[in-house]
Design a protein around this ligand. Structure first.
Ligand code: NAD
Length: 250
């Protein structure tokens, strides 16, 4: 079995960093993609310190040319990627009547356009290899969440995108699945707590009380699920949305 090469977007921190680190520990070479190569340095250092192979890739996933350049650089440095994890994300929350066109476009641009551009840039390598794994980050917000018309539309869109990829690409040995996390403690949820004026500890405690397993999620919870979906043995799991939320919802 060849050593696989993965590209993980938004991998400088949070869930993306945990996924990149886990895939490297699983034996994959990893392209760590985030807005700048400098942003990626910590994740690359963590991977290489543990004996793994990684390269930093600076790119805005919503920009076609920079995505193509990042995939080319990864191909030259570590080999052609056949695993893509579309994890880069932003929030620009507001109630509909206060939501600007810029905030709508920014969120749809990173999550949906970004996932489309990066997947399209990698799919040729997967088809050449006759094998591939696509993992896209959705969210429980896909089911609806106050103040997130833009984000919930993007995360629901990710689910349709994923299922269609599974249908189109299955015959090439490629699977596509989505992970829909619940509340995960990261800079993203810390920023939400700050915006609504609640200490992050209190915000997490309130969330945990509503979650059946009585705790909030950690980036490693999502990395574990991504590791399974990327694994060689998961080739018959495709077009699925795996809610990783400590219960059936929340
Ligand atoms: P985070 O804000 O901690 O990290 C997101 C990363 O994406 C950052 O490093 C950021 O620089 C990068 N990024 C943003 N825009 C980018 C762009 N245009 N190009 C390249 N990189 C870009 O967020 P997180 O909590 O780790 O979330 C990761 C993913 O999981 C996101 O898609 C998010 O929507 C999703 N998610 C998070 C939660 C949660 O509770 N934290 C829940 C459900 C889904």
């Amino acid at each position: 079995m060849p050593q696989r090469v993965a590209i993980v977007s938004g991998a400088a921190r949070g869930i993306g960093a945990a996924i990149a680190t886990r895939l490297a520990a699983d034996g994959l070479r990893v392209g760590v993609l985030d807005l700048t190569a400098d942003h990626c340095a910590d994740t690359v250092r963590t991977i290489t310190a543990a004996g793994g192979q990684a390269v930093a890739l600076g790119a805005d996933v919503s920009d076609e040319a920079s995505v193509a350049a990042a995939v080319d650089l990864l191909d030259q440095e570590l080999g052609a990627p056949t695993v893509v994890v579309n994890n880069a994300g932003i929030t620009r929350d507001n109630l509909l009547f206060k939501m600007s066109v810029e905030d709508w476009d920014a969120v749809l641009g990173v999550h949906l356009r970004g996932a489309f551009l990066l997947t399209r840039a990698v799919q040729g390598h997967m088809i050449d290899a006759g094998w591939g794994r696509i993992v896209n980050l959705s969210s429980i917000s896909a089911l609806g969440n106050r103040g997130q018309t833009n984000y919930s539309a993007a995360k629901a869109g990710i689910q349709g995108f994923t299922k269609t990829l599974a249908i189109e690409l299955g015959k090439f040995g490629i699977t596509a699945n989505a992970i829909a996390p619940g509340f995960i403690a990261t800079d993203m949820t810390a920023a939400t707590a700050e915006r609504i004026g609640i200490p992050f500890e209190d915000y997490q405690a309130a969330a945990a009380a509503e979650i059946p397993v009585q705790r909030v999620g950690r980036p490693e919870d999502i990395a574990h699920t991504a590791s399974f979906l990327v694994s060689e043995g998961a080739g018959f799991v495709s077009g699925q949305v795996v809610y990783v939320a400590g219960g059936p919802k929340n």
